[in-house]
Design a protein around this ligand. Sequence first.
Ligand SMILES: *Cc1c(COP(=O)(O)O)cnc(C)c1O
Length: 356
Amino acid sequence: MNYTFFTVGPSQLFPTVSKHMKNAIKDNIPSISHRGEQFKNIYKETQDSLRKLMDIPKNWHIFFISSGLEAMERIIQNSVAKSSLHFINGAFSKKFCDFSKKLKKHPYKIETDENKQFDYNSVKIPKDVELICITQNETSTGTIFPMDEIYKIKDKNPDKLIAIDIVSSAPYVKINWLKIDAAFFSVQKGFGLPAGLCVLLVNEKIIDKSKELDYKGYNIGTFHSFISLLDKETNYQNPETPNILFIYLLGQVCRDFLKIGIEKIRKDTEKKAELIYDFFKKHKIYEPYVKNADIRSMTTITIDVRGRSKEIIRRLAEKGIIAGSGYGTNKDRHIRIANFPAHRLTDVKKLLKYLR
Ligand SMILES: *Cc1c(COP(=O)(O)O)cnc(C)c1O
């Protein structure tokens, strides 16, 4: 059967991926040397397309690593001597914090209920915090941290570094790169690719911090320390043999996104999200889990289905639609619906038709 995946990651492949995969095999991309000119061109082209698509400044570095979780670990290792601070409202933000602790740092926590917003105005950042970690789109609950609130935190704390997890909101989320210092996303969500590649974006300030930590004798890691990544990036390479095929595929999909236009992708995302939220706002039994519309995710939508998730997922599967269950302890209580560029309006309409 031909399935459409509305799961939040891995998810539906972007429709052009299979064509690009065939071309990659035809052109021997999986066999080329990771030190040769052909690979360097691929690396550079993917960087260039990403920069255009997400409006990333020239002086930002674009590193390729293996996963979103790896990005969390690398960022903490390379920018924190002692203290990080974490806004926690779900499983992924909690993981970021746990990693800081496991790396023997001292994480501060600011917590809120899963589907509520933080009390932004009363937030106090302790003096010794070096890095503030924010999960911009908390996939476990479908809640966003509004970018404007992140910018206000930066304005009030210009001396602190800010890292944002945009794993499940890129490339939809619009970013003012002057107001953050690091961001990361893996490609199996909004980019509609197979899992196994993550893009880590960092500015000069956080690179300098990493060099300072290294100089002072802190452990900043080995082959994926920012110093090592930077050293190779200068020559359009990775320290290790990277996932050459996926770096190529990411570049191709970025080009496809550029052809469609990022503003159209954003508008379409909002239109599809509105359809889904409207449907559930009017539903007699089910309702959006996040009540406050200001912090509802446009890209990963969580619906409280009163414990009926298993049955709904089973019945949708019979129709060729794969929906996501709730996260962790909410497995049976919620369904989660991804709304990425790979999901067409007609797919969303079909999903809602069967849910009716
Ligand atoms: C999926 C996800 C991650 C983890 O990414 P991996 O590539 O699986 O390591 C981290 N943060 C958020 C918000 C996610 O949705």
